[in-house]
Design a protein around this ligand. Structure first.
Ligand SMILES: [Fe+2]
Length: 313
């Protein structure tokens, strides 16, 4: 039994020196401004979550990962276990937060009790005429041009200094279950794709991915779900036209199966668009993944060369 149960990731929080530039980038990336002041930019997706990305004015840095708990009583349990306070969450939607430090010093903000946001309309994802079936009849398919439509934050990836220590820390507090453990050689695990333990309610293949690397621990990327593959590709064209820094994609992952597209924000923080990921219930259990599956693609652009010791997923 874990102390609390994560239901999803909530948001990522960064410091950046130019909030106007970040707002332009994230708007072009497909998010919506939820709140803006001289010192803070809060973005949301088109779904019912009130926040998915927070930027504060400062030197560029990854500041925190927000993890959403459905049960507010879990916050009290977490706070008691780690000897910290339950505090009001100063973000759109309100709610409460417990601030924890993971074994590498990453700030983890466990949040609960946020009010839902109003869903913002997205382009419809019409039926696909494929596989010899033609459900779309007497109707054209027209893709809306411009930015993708981010629905929500789906996962975050952290490079850690000691995988087993970090895995224990996150599982003990948040109840994550393993979808795929990364073993470069038998019996040696260096990372794992972890999903939320929602019982019979399906969950993304991964909510948090932890991987041990022979370089200092650090933020690797955060990944935002978009409407469908048309939405992802029209957003790709839009970001190319705007001259942003593309990193990797479009392709389809092995582990999680998502169609993906990776970009860098103006300060080099990686952010991913994805759609059509696997969903599992707790009883589906987990498996073992190889480095080849981790770094490879089922189709699409191969992963660009990385600095020694780094990996992506
Ligand atoms: Fe990812």
């Amino acid at each position: 039994m874990s102390i609390a149960k994560a239901y999803d990731v909530a948001y990522v929080r960064f410091a950046v020196p130019d909030l106007d530039l970040m707002e332009r980038f994230l708007t072009d990336f497909g998010m919506i401004v939820a709140e803006r002041s001289a010192d803070r930019l809060v973005m949301r997706g088109h779904g019912d979550r009130p926040v998915c990305h927070v930027s504060e004015r400062g030197e560029p840095a990854f500041l925190a990962l927000g993890i959403w708990l459905k049960d507010t009583a879990d916050l009290e349990a977490l706070a008691a276990h780690d000897g910290v306070a339950v505090e009001p969450l100063d973000l759109p939607g309100g709610g409460s937060v417990v601030r924890l430090r993971d074994p590498d010093g990453f700030l983890v903000e466990a949040v609960a009790g946020q009010a839902s946001a109003e869903v913002v309309e997205c382009p419809a994802s019409p039926s696909w005429n494929q596989g010899g079936a033609y459900p779309r009849q007497s109707a054209t398919r027209r893709v809306r041009q411009g930015p993708s439509h981010v629905l929500r934050l789906g996962h975050a990836v952290l490079g850690v200094s000691n995988f087993s220590q970090s895995e224990s820390w996150y599982k003990e507090r948040f109840g994550f279950v393993t979808s795929d453990e990364i073993r470069p050689v038998p019996d040696v695990a260096i990372g794992a794709f972890l999903r939320c333990n929602r019982g019979d309610v399906p969950c993304d293949h991964h909510t948090v991915f932890l991987i041990e690397r022979p370089i200092p621990p650090g933020y690797m990327h955060s990944a935002f779900e978009v409407v469908d593959v048309d939405d992802l590709l029209s957003g790709h064209d839009h970001l190319i036209e705007k001259g942003y820094d593309h990193f990797w994609g479009v392709g389809r992952h092995y582990l999680g199966s998502q169609i993906f597209d990776y970009w860098k924000d103006p300060w080099g923080h990686e952010v991913e668009h994805w759609t059509d990921g696997d969903q599992f219930v707790t009883a589906d259990g987990g498996g073992i993944g190889s480095l080849e599956q981790l770094m490879g693609v089922q189709w699409g652009m191969k992963m660009p060369p990385l600095p020694a010791g780094e990996s992506e997923a």
